[in-house]
Design a protein around this ligand. Structure first.
Ligand SMILES: [Zn+2]
Length: 112
């Protein structure tokens, strides 16, 4: 059963197949099985080099990044472990030693 994708709307794991569609029992979202492979429903986030990033990956920051709302800077070369991909302008959630939880843009990191 682990072959079925999570619901793209609510990320439920309880997706099931109905004809040529996937159906989510939790939010009632339906989407076509075929298109899921090729469209944003299976959103691919890539690093600065075009490598595909996944939850749990480690990345390196390639640019000094100011931390919003503080005077801290994430220095180029900072290693970030165990990233989590999210929707939005800043598409990586992570925790950085000495700084704490923050969001990064995938275009400013590369896979370690
Ligand atoms: Zn759902």
């Amino acid at each position: 059963m682990s072959q079925l994708p999570n619901c793209p709307q609510c990320h439920s794991e309880f997706t099931y197949e109905d004809g040529s569609n996937y159906v989510c029992p939790e939010c009632a979202h339906e989407w076509p099985q075929v298109a899921a492979e090729e469209t944003e429903t299976a959103r691919v986030i890539r690093d600065a080099n075009g490598n595909v990033l996944q939850d749990g990956d480690s990345v390196t920051v390639i640019k000094d990044l100011k931390v919003k709302g503080s005077s801290l800077v994430v220095k180029v070369g900072t290693k970030v472990k165990n990233i989590r991909l999210v929707d939005g302008d800043h598409d990586i959630d992570c925790k950085i030693d000495g700084i704490g939880a923050m969001s990064l843009k995938s275009e400013f990191v590369k896979k370690a």
